[in-house]
Design a protein around this ligand. Structure first.
Ligand code: BES
Ligand code: MN
Ligand code: MN
Length: 487
């Protein structure tokens, strides 16, 4: 926890250069006014849409302080989400103004939940991908202050969250890493290192092994690249008896040009983030292992670059996937589903209790749900509700879309078992999910998370700054925690 600079204390101690963040739920302070220094008297002034309400700056017994007060009450977001945003803004303010430290006093029955939100606002909200910048961003220490009675519970939650947030930030950095650096081999070795450090057993399939395993989808999509494809398999086995086995599968396209069905130039640079599904499932598994959750987890990530060049696959090609099912390629830009077909077959072969795949699969899901909400599909309504319930806790949003069978009609191919496009672009996220379902046995609980919109962007997303967002990691870990032990 030391590296993040987040701490929870039971006493407010103001130092020179501190920023004191006072938060309100409407007119109700979320801190105990009596705990503040007698010279600080928050006065509420006119509310200006969600911005800071009162600013007190000056000397306090010789100390330079900045006191910011903000109302977290808002109709469009929950209090905890607002807290994450407020803290991330306070961190930015400290960096701008040269302030040293942030103190957030909290009291009342929401204090433990809110201190977790302060933690997230500090560690995820304060994170910046600065590897290639001469000027590095400063870590701003943040302290939440709770009552002595709540200290133990708040700190124990923070110890767990520190692990999750660390893995989220590792995922974000790998997503932000450009494709000239983050090749399939680089991603595989990053996974190997992170996996080993977390206690996973990691196996990497190279091209030869992929050939032996008949992974026709992965080999075709990765065929044009000068950097060969990989498939990484990580295994976490808890020490005690595990009731359940969860398999996580993530799309890992290190860069998606579209192949011969070339993408338009605008926004193509974002396609370095087309491996965000792989990053999400892998780093979530690392967190699950470090938290020692009592369930078996296997993580499978096919890694390829969808490039253009000699050896590239073409529209019209027919591929044989690992299961033996043949696919007619109508469009080389619908590549994610081809590599997932092989990976899902590996997953199903393990006969797990459930499979979750996570992928930046379709632009259609972004059109449908925008940049903050991911699409969820499942053949098991209980699994879908469990994922939604977990996401309500983490603040990541998922919306269930239907696996509407009639839309699969268009996928029937004249020359192969299935085509990778349904003829027109309507309902593209649903069609893609129906395509994947072909590799899922009927009696296997499965969910598909299409996170195309929410994984990356130059814009700030809630409390998360520019670059990779690590979307899905928190929810996968929360889901695994809830599902562990159940039969
Ligand atoms: N990686 C893209 C999907 C995507 C789009 C991710 C926008 C993030 C932002 C995927 O491989 C793709 O190209 N999908 C095509 C499918 C189409 C050809 C059926 C799409 O959505 O346009
Ligand atoms: Mn594509
Ligand atoms: Mn893609």
């Amino acid at each position: 926890m030391a590296k993040s600079g987040f701490k929870i204390e039971s006493k407010l101690t103001l130092r020179d250069g501190d920023l004191l963040l006072l938060t309100f739920d409407g007119s109700k302070p979320l801190f105990k006014a009596a705990d503040l220094h007698p010279e600080i008297r928050p006065v509420r002034s006119e509310k200006r849409d969600q911005s800071w309400v009162t600013v007190y700056a000056g000397k306090l017994s010789g100390k330079r302080l900045l006191v910011l007060a903000t109302d977290l009450k808002s109709k469009d977001r929950e209090l905890v989400q607002q807290m994450k945003i407020a803290v991330s803004k306070a961190v930015a303010c400290c960096r701008r103004e040269g302030l040293r430290r942030i103190q957030v006093p909290l009291s009342g029955n929401k204090a433990i939940k809110l201190s977790a939100a302060v933690h997230e606002g500090a560690v995820l909200g304060g994170h910046c991908f600065d590897r290639y910048l001469a000027k590095k961003t400063r870590i701003v220490p943040v302290q939440a202050v709770v009552s002595q009675k709540q200290l133990g519970a708040a700190r124990s939650k923070a110890r767990q969250n520190a692990i999750v947030f660390q893995e989220v930030n590792s995922g974000r950095d790998l997503i932000s890493e450009p494709a000239n650096i983050a090749t399939p081999a680089f991603i595989a070795s990053t996974f190997r290192k992170a996996g080993k450090a977390s206690g996973l057993q990691v196996t990497v399939w190279d091209r030869k092994r992929l050939e032996k395993e008949n992974c026709g989808g992965v080999l075709a999509v990765g065929g044009a690249s000068s950097v060969p494809p990989r498939m990484v398999i990580g295994r976490y086995r808890p020490t005690g008896k595990a009731a359940r086995h969860l398999v996580l599968v993530g799309k890992g396209v290190s860069f998606d040009t579209g192949g011969y069905s070339l993408k338009l130039p605008s926004g193509m640079g974002d396609m370095k983030a087309d491996m965000a599904g792989a990053a999400a499932v892998f780093f979530a598994t690392c967190a699950i292992a470090r938290l020692k959750l009592p369930l078996k987890v296997t993580v499978i990530t096919p890694l390829v670059e969808n490039a253009i060049g000699q050896g590239g696959f073409r529209p019209g090609d027919i591929l044989k996937t690992r299961s033996g099912k043949t696919v007619q390629v109508d469009n080389t830009d619908a590549e994610g589903r081809l590599i997932l077909a092989d990976a899902l077959d590996v997953a199903a072969g393990m006969k797990p209790d459930m499979v979750l795949d996570v992928a930046t699969l379709t632009g259609a899901s972004v059109v449908a749900l925008g940049l903050e909400i991911a699409a969820l599909f499942s053949n098991d309504s209980r699994l879908a509700s469990a994922i939604i319930a977990a996401s309500a806790e983490t603040g990541e949003m998922f919306w269930e879309l239907p696996l509407y069978r009639p839309y699969a009609k268009g996928l029937r191919g004249p020359t192969a078992d299935i085509r990778n496009l349904a003829g027109d672009r309507w309902g593209g996220a649903i069609v893609a999910a129906l395509f994947l379902q072909n590799w899922i046995p009927e009696d296997l609980s499965w969910a598909h998370l299409d996170i195309a919109g929410s994984v990356f962007g130059d814009k700030i997303l809630c409390h998360l700054g520019p670059g990779g967002k690590g979307f899905g990691i928190k929810t996968l870990v929360e889901f695994a925690g809830r599902t562990a032990g159940k039969k």
